[in-house]
Write a protein that binds this ligand. Structure first.
Ligand code: AMP
Ligand code: ZN
Length: 467
């Protein structure tokens, strides 16, 4: 039994998929006007945990993440750079895919781009005009929130905050002034224009996700995710458009992760208080450690980003890796004990129960660390046998199908010239020639090889570049 706290309704509910054994998930993807920051990656890693957990539980997951490649921000930024929208956004799209790979975020089944789905959007808008939920004003089309009785149900807007006689053109605005919002924006100097059945113009941000989610997942689908800042206006407006158009719910479960904050404020581009993944890689932060940090605070809690928190994440991850190293390399007498299979079964149950309870990652990790503690005691007492060690290692790796934090590359996958460099660096370190060692480390990082110094020697991970 898997339970989630559904933002829609605000209650914990047992998850019932629309089709048994399958889950259809839509997650709002990046607005590609700049590099994603690690606050954005908190959202994508929470969604990755959700998806990997379902897969671990044997569900078939279909995951769609859109790419917002036309909206107020991408248009403004591409104009400022003097590039076409397509040329401008392409570089950020590719950088985003690189980052996903480095953070070991499992790829979505599809990454639909807004600019490639204009007919799907105008079809919905035409339907909303026909049904009287939308109206035209000076070449733009607006959604009339007064016509949709369910307006405000996701973000729980007070009726007195609904300004039903006002309109807003911008994609983002405050909940305290919920107004009629733009589905379609009239042509403007310096903006891209599509000639369509509803006239010339370009889409508002919200209609993009309504069109792309239902195209690839149907309506309703199971789970719609995002960060809490998406609840209003973005998701509220998605619900209004899609449900008014089709008369059916958009999604059954709405999950929102809380913010990554820094010095007490939401990490965001507009405040300039952010780190990109590249910024942290330049500071030699291991991406697995960042992933561990972003993953291990429950998604509905605010996560305060500090470098101390990264150090703690690194120490916790190192404990798991040291434990694996120990059981994989020490020699144990042949055979299997009675105790270990039981401990593994107990740990698995606790891990699954934890994540089944609204993705309670703390309970899940406690199960793993308790297991490590117990096995370590058995090792000390000489009670671990060879088969126990093999099964324990396999078990920890099986949990990593959900966590995705352990290195996976085999040494033999590294080309010989790079292996030689790793050896050279080891030698330089032994000779205390740290300048040379650091230089080789940088060369290796450029070639996509990340090194991690552990007490038993160096370990490394090959980060494949996006083809
Ligand atoms: P954007 O590219 O701004 O559309 O954001 C992409 C995703 O990142 C959305 O799901 C946002 O809700 C989420 N997001 C943005 N900033 C943060 C933050 N500081 N912490 C967590 N999630 C965030
Ligand atoms: Zn969206």
């Amino acid at each position: 039994m898997i339970e989630f706290l559904n933002t829609l309704g605000g209650k914990k509910e047992v998850f019932v998929p629309l089709v048994p054994g399958e889950v259809k998930v839509y997650t709002c993807g990046p607005t590609v006007y700049d590099f994603a920051h690690i606050g954005n990656f908190r959202a994508y890693i929470f969604e990755d945990l959700l998806k990997r957990f379902f897969q671990f539980m044997g569900y078939r997951v279909t995951h769609v993440m859109n790419i917002t490649d036309v909206d107020d921000k991408t248009i403004a930024a591409s104009n400022a750079r003097g590039l076409s929208l397509k040329d401008y956004t392409e570089a950020y799209i590719q950088a985003f895919f690189d980052d996903l790979r480095i953070l070991n975020i499992a790829p979505a089944d599809r990454y639909p781009r807004a600019t490639e789905h204009i007919p799907e959007m105008t079809q919905i808008i035409a339907g909303l005009l026909e049904k009287g939920y939308a109206y035209r004003q000076e070449g733009s089309v607006y959604f009339s929130i007064a016509k949709f009785p369910g307006y405000g149900k996701l973000s729980r807007i007070k009726p007195e905050d609904l300004r039903t006689s006002d309109r807003i053109e911008a994609d983002e605005y405050e909940k305290e002034s919920a107004r009629d919002f733009a589905l379609w924006k009239a042509p403007k100097e310096g903006e891209p224009v599509w000639e369509t059945e509803i006239g010339p113009g370009r889409p508002g941000w919200h209609i993009e996700c309504s069109a792309m989610s239902s195209k690839y997942l149907g309506q309703p689908f199971d789970i719609h995710c995002g960060g809490v800042d998406n609840i209003f206006p973005h998701h509220e407006n998605e619900i209004a458009q899609s449900e008014a158009y089709s008369g059916k719910p958009l999604a059954n479960v709405w999950l929102h992760c809380h913010h990554l904050i820094i010095n007490g404020k939401k990490m965001s581009k507009s405040k300039g208080n952010y780190f990109t993944l590249k910024d942290l890689l330049a500071k030699r932060i291991n991406p697995a450690v960042l992933r561990y940090l972003l993953l291990t605070t429950h998604y509905r809690r605010v996560l305060n980003f500090t470098f101390e928190a990264l150090d703690q994440a690194s120490a916790a991850l190192q404990r798991i890796k040291d434990f694996l190293y120990e059981i994989e390399t020490a020699s144990f007498p042949p055979g299997r004990s009675a105790a270990v299979p039981e401990l593994l079964a107990e740990a698995r149950t606790k891990f699954v129960d934890g994540l089944s309870d609204d993705l309670n990652i703390s309970l899940a990790l406690t199960a793993l660390f308790e297991l490590i503690k117990k096995i370590n005691v058995l090792i000390k007492d000489g009670k671990i046998l060879a088969d126990d060690a093999i099964e324990t290692s396999a078990f920890v790796y099986s949990l990593d199908r959900v966590l995705g934090v352990l290195p996976s590359t085999k040494e033999t996958e590294l080309p010989e010239e790079l292996r030689a460099k790793v050896r050279d660096r080891e030698r330089a370190r032994k000779e205390k020639n740290y300048g040379l060692a650091d230089e080789i480390r940088r060369e290796l990082a450029d070639a996509g090889v990340l090194l991690e110094d552990a007490k038993d020697g160096v370990r490394w991970k090959l980060i494949k570049k996006n083809e």
